[in-house]
Structure formats: C-alpha cells, structure tokens
Write a protein that binds this ligand. Structure first.
Ligand code: GUN
Length: 293
C-alpha cells in the first residue's frame, strides 16, 4: 500500500489562518495576544526554533517579546525575567526554550511561570490538570500530533496507539492525552521506551504508531502493521556534505521503507514540526481570551 502523506505544513497553515482571524477580532476589542520568549545560550537548533516561533507570531498578528540571553545567565536573572513577564499584562504566554544550559535549574524555571501563562503546558499544575482531564494548556507538540491525526480523518477512539518515547515534552503527555475519555482520544495506549524488551512486538500491533525517540531509524518497516498510521516526531540533524549547511533533517522513522506499508505517514520536515508552532500560537490566543473573560 502506498501511504497518503500527511501535509503538516498545510494543516498548520489552516490553523494559523483561523488564529489570524481570531487575533484580528481580539484587536478590535483592544487585545493583542502577547508571547514572551526566553532563549538562553547559542544552541543552533533552539535558535532556529525560537526564530520560527517569533516569525509565526508576527505573521499571525501576535506581539512577541524576544529575550536572547547569554549562555552564562544566572538562575536568579532567569527567574527575575520570568517574574517580570508574569506581571506584564501585555504578555499572555511565556515560553522558556528547552533545554536550558546545564548550570540552570529547569524545574525551578518552569515552576516560576504563572500557570495561567504557561502556554507550553510544562508547569506541574497544567500537567496535573491534563492528566486529570481538566481544562489545561496542552503541550504543543503532543497537541499538534492529535490535531494532525484528527484533521487527517484518523479515528483515535478505539484505536491501539503505540507511543515510542517517554520524554516529558512529548511521550508522557501524548500518552496521557490519547487515553483521555474525550473527543479525539479514548485510544488504547502502549508506551515503549529504552527499557522495553521488544519494541517491535508492540509497534506491530499498533493502528497508530507515534515515534518520539530522538534517534533516526528507530522505527523500520518490519516493525509496522500493513495500513497503520505513522507519526514521526523526531528531528535529527545528520551530516550531509551536499548541503550548504552541512546537514539535513531526518525523523525517527525509516520514511522511504514505511511509506509503502503504512496508510498514512508524516514526513520530516513538514510533518509534526509546523504543528508545534501552530499550537503554541493557539495556546497564546486562548490565554489572551481567558485574560479578558
Ligand atoms: N524544546 C523542544 N521542544 C520544545 C517546546 O515545545 N517548547 C519549549 N519551550 N522548548 C522545547
């Protein structure tokens, strides 16, 4: 079977167009949704993510407050900046780009963010609400995966979804979101990780496989059931001398081999990546609406 390729760029574009309209309506009421962005250090991948997030804000009509801090920034300065943003009425969402340099305490930084402005959904209050099925800011990448599935016509309810990876940013929240007794959820969920004895045994039974392991070729064609839906969250830089940059981006999935076996598959780039940014904008607009309610 030749898989249909899910166009994440198009789905993200559709969501951003919806948000642009909403932002224009909010502006008529005197509200400009604002995102405070904090990047510490010079990690190239983080720099390009943050630049893309700021560009997306501008294109959608959101205000963004860009803070690029040196790698030797102290914990006290980072916490003080977050506290200023907590108190700033122009800022409805705060994004601290992860990972932070090793000398900084990530957990403390995330705890400092006002849960009402936690548009990444990483604060323990939002994580707890999400697990309990209460109203919460949902983390952007897993929420993007669910939107991508739903808007591609994939039925999640009743499906067996296998998540490969247990990170706090993707695997753990995604597994929790998929198992909620809600619309676009209600799946039977299996989570595989580096401690799983035989990952292929589980993925072969999956109707939906979502791979967020951070390693190329984690999922190969022999690990996939005919007709499955395959979502690749991985973004890995591999050396490529033919490119001006010296690298190209690949996912965690052997796309070329699996596209002839799956029924639906996301490419890298152009799959999940653009959805993360769309959902960040969604949460920021949502936060601005909550602030005026
Ligand atoms: N690093 C990788 N993904 C993310 C994300 O979604 N949000 C933040 N803040 N950092 C990240």
């Amino acid at each position: 079977m030749a898989a249909r390729i899910i166009d994440g760029k198009q789905v993200a574009h559709d969501i951003r167009a919806e948000l642009k309209k909403e932002t224009a309506q909010l502006k008529e009421q005197g509200i400009v949704p604002g995102l405070g962005v904090i990047l510490v250090g010079e990690d190239p991948a983080s720099q390009s993510y943050v630049t893309a997030k700021e560009r997306a804000c501008a294109e959608t009509g959101l205000y963004s407050d860009d803070n690029r801090l040196p790698a030797d920034t102290t914990q006290a300065d980072l916490v003080a900046l977050i506290q200023n943003m907590n108190a700033d009425p122009k800022i409805h969402g705060i994004l601290v780009q992860l990972p932070l340099p090793k000398h900084l305490n990530e957990a403390e930084a995330l705890l400092t963010i006002d849960p009402a402005k936690d548009v990444d959904g990483f604060h323990p209050v939002n994580v707890g609400r999400m697990v309990l099925g209460e109203k919460a800011f949902l983390p952007c990448t897993p929420h993007g995966v669910i939107q991508l599935l739903a808007r591609s016509g994939v039925t999640i309810a009743g499906a067996h979804a296998v998540v490969v990876g247990r990170s706090n940013i993707v695997g753990k929240p995604l597994a929790n979101m998929l198992l909620q007794k809600k619309e676009n959820a209600n799946a039977t969920v299996t989570v595989c990780h580096t401690g799983t004895a035989d990952i292929a045994y589980h993925t072969r039974q999956a109707d939906i496989v979502i791979v967020a392991a951070g390693r190329p070729n984690t999922l190969t064609a022999d690990m996939v059931k005919d007709g499955a839906t395959v979502i690749d969250v991985g973004v890995n830089r591999v050396e490529d001398a033919s490119r001006k940059s010296g690298f190209r981006l690949v996912g965690d999935v052997d796309f070329e081999a699996i596209k002839d076996k799956a029924s639906l598959i996301t490419p890298v780039p152009g799959g999940v990546g653009p959805m993360t940014i769309a959902m960040l904008l969604y949460n920021t607009v949502e936060s601005a609406k909550r602030a005026m309610a």
